[in-house]
Design a protein around this ligand. Sequence first.
Ligand SMILES: *Cc1c(COP(=O)(O)O)cnc(C)c1O
Length: 484
Amino acid sequence: MIPVELIEKIHSLRKRAAFLEPDAAGRAVVRDRIVSYTEKFLEEIHLAKAFHETRDKGAGLLKSPVSPDPLDVEEVLRLFSENVDHPGLNPASGGHLAYIPGGGIYYSSLGDYMAAISNRYAGVFYASPGAVRMTNMMIDWMAGIVGYPSTAGGNLLSGGSLANLTAIVTARDAHGLKGKDYEKAVVYFTGQAHHCLDKAIRIAGLKECVRRRIPMDGQYRMNVDALRDQVQQDRREGLYPWLVIASAGTTDVGAIDPLDEIGDLCQENRIWFHIDGAYGAFFVLTEEGRAKLGGIEKSDSLVMDPHKGLFLPYGLGVLLVRDRDKLRDSFHYHANYMQDAVEVDDEISPAEVSPELTTHFRALRMWLPLKLCGTDAFVAGLDEKLLLARYFHEQIGKIPRFEVGPTPELSVVTYRYVPETGDPNRFNEALLKAVVRDGRVFLSSTMLDGKFTLRLAVLAFRSHLETIDLALQVLKEKVAELSA
Ligand SMILES: *Cc1c(COP(=O)(O)O)cnc(C)c1O
């Protein structure tokens, strides 16, 4: 007996769902419109503002609610352009010189596109041996450039925050810390460590740990003598020095903690040495960065963000661990429904060393540009950023009444304007607001020793000499306007 009604129903559902699978002509209509939209975006990017202050802040999007009916691609693109691509920060602009700029190189977008089309399952070797090999190859490449031994492993996560969290959990388990130990376990970092580390400690259930903020030198680098004294004192008091977190490029000022000495100290004291290099670690690709980041290879774990230092679009932060077994100890899994996916040879499945199971096939967005451009282009881009920061530092120092911070260690410059009269903090706050409202370049600020300080961070791959000249010009104009 053929269940006629049932079969008819299935056919009719298939018809209704057919929008999910456009044919070649249908694909071309939407694809060509989207490609021409993105082409226009790229062609005009040098004219686009780095920041747009708008009144409704994208709220127009809500006027078109999700509905049972399809919408025309033109209308979809109009909604997107007006409400998403227009208001706020434009991170694709070279004029993004604030916080830590991101990237967005073109070939990565094509890698994402290809990954989404074939939707390879990159979490498990059995499912996609090629995707997993590519993932592990990217990890090995990064482990190689920082000088980790062949025991190293790692994981591709969504960003630096998740990578740091994964590192903290690994370090916790590697030291066998249990709930009853937390009150005595001590973490050491400086007041300049990224806030995501404090958050990670909290999320990892380690709120009760003792947190020591180690003093810094005049350039915001960890004072290793102070660290040593603190470790010894803690030991004497029966505490358990467990984790030192150093920064390889702080977000605030780009300072690099003395990695080499900290590495030795951690080794002597059997303390886990973690480095947050989300911003700065990729500078090891340059000769100058390599020298400044000496000792990075002594760490037990390291975070680096390809969506910052390798100019990739947002969505990729990396954790490397010197001993990959430690990572596996924390994140391995067993599930009956995964019993067919047994491990083959020595290729680790990413899901074995990650809190994630199913993820976007992230390696492709990195592998494709590396293969198509070669590493030399990335090295040159990074060297250019170092020199642009130095150029800005020199030029801003020549403008009367601008006070500059130290020569940038990497690509972050700090500076402030000192007005003839009035409160400098309020003046710089107003100056920053005026620059942001102008929008041609986007800068940010921080508080350093109670001083409202302006920052310029060069890491966007589209920032070039003319961008820096524009930033100088905008600053001069706004100072003149505010002083008038
Ligand atoms: C950006 C940054 C982070 C956080 O990384 P996300 O990718 O934004 O999650 C952590 N540490 C430093 C030093 C950073 O610059």
